[in-house]
Write a new protein. Structure first.
Length: 99
């Protein structure tokens, strides 16, 4: 009886640890810099300097338009001033990972 109980406990702990590991691995944050290619609903498509598209969701997209220079860092979407390259507006990402 003890052997079955110990085996069940080991299997349960292994299952729980594998679940925690997968959920943690999916929480990595992204960093990118590029130009806003499309704005639709709460979704913004950012095209980086390499030509890759990054689809992100924001809590608030008001005032963001196609052609804006933008940066994603530490879970924050920042709109950059075209002349100076400095941050002029920030928004919080709705989720930490791109879609």
């Amino acid at each position: 009886m003890k052997r079955k109980t110990i085996m069940a406990l080991v299997v349960t702990i292994g299952f729980i640890l594998s679940f925690v590991n997968f959920s943690y691995g999916g929480a990595e944050k992204i960093e990118a810099k590029g130009t806003v290619a499309k704005v639709e609903g709460q979704t913004v498509i950012l095209k980086d300097d390499k030509g890759e598209k990054i689809i992100i969701k924001l809590e608030d997209i008001q005032g963001i338009k196609v052609g804006d220079k933008a940066e994603i860092k530490d879970g924050i979407f920042s709109i950059l001033d075209k002349a100076t390259g400095k941050i002029k507006d920030t928004r919080k990402l709705k989720i930490d990972r791109p879609i």
